[in-house]
Design a binder for this molecule. Structure first.
Ligand SMILES: [Zn+2]
Length: 175
């Protein structure tokens, strides 16, 4: 007897289970008094300590307390913005420019070919860009790449060309 059933839409039928059935939880949408309750606002204001890398009036870069790799850094706006897509363009550019500088330094420090930059926003509801020196192809990987285990790198299945065209068209419409 099945404990539960999952209905997959036709277009997602080729995706691995890990990509289909475990959506990212949405556990924050609004925070009262972020200066008192937001971990990164507290760090930005100096109320909590951090291993700071760079700071100006708008942004702050510091080391992640739970690094994927040595040097794993976060770059945040000092103002409380939850979603990276809502950052003012100039502020987003400041963050990216800072991350580029850190990445160039990390390449020299750690002798890595590449440095990853990504926003996920899973744990703290304050936009933060991760900057991670990549020593291994799976350092910042998706579980979708791990279908055949951590020692391999499995390309997620391709979608049919007509589905890809439709997806691209939908995204293109917004510009
Ligand atoms: Zn905040």
């Amino acid at each position: 007897m099945a404990i539960f059933t999952v209905t997959a839409s036709p277009q997602s039928a080729t995706w691995p289970d890990c990509a289909r059935f475990h959506p990212v939880p949405i556990f924050f949408k609004h925070m009262e008094n972020p200066l008192e309750n937001c971990l990164f606002c507290k760090i930005a204001s100096g109320a909590l300590p951090a291993h700071k890398i760079y700071e100006d009036t708008e942004i702050l870069a510091f080391l992640d307390l739970h690094p994927i790799r040595e040097g794993h850094a976060l770059v945040i706006p000092k103002a409380h913005h939850i979603w990276f897509e809502d950052l003012p363009q100039a502020l987003a550019t400041q963050i990216t420019t800072c991350a580029q500088h850190i990445a160039r330094t990390m390449k020299q420090m750690y002798h890595v070919e590449r440095v990853a930059l990504f926003y996920t926003g899973i744990h703290v509801p304050h936009a933060h860009a991760h900057v991670v020196p990549m020593h291994h192809v799976h350092d910042v990987t998706s579980a979708a790449y791990l279908r055949d285990g951590p020692d391999s790198f499995s390309a997620p299945p391709q979608l049919p060309a007509d589905e890809m065209s439709a997806i691209a068209a939908k995204l293109r419409e917004s510009f």
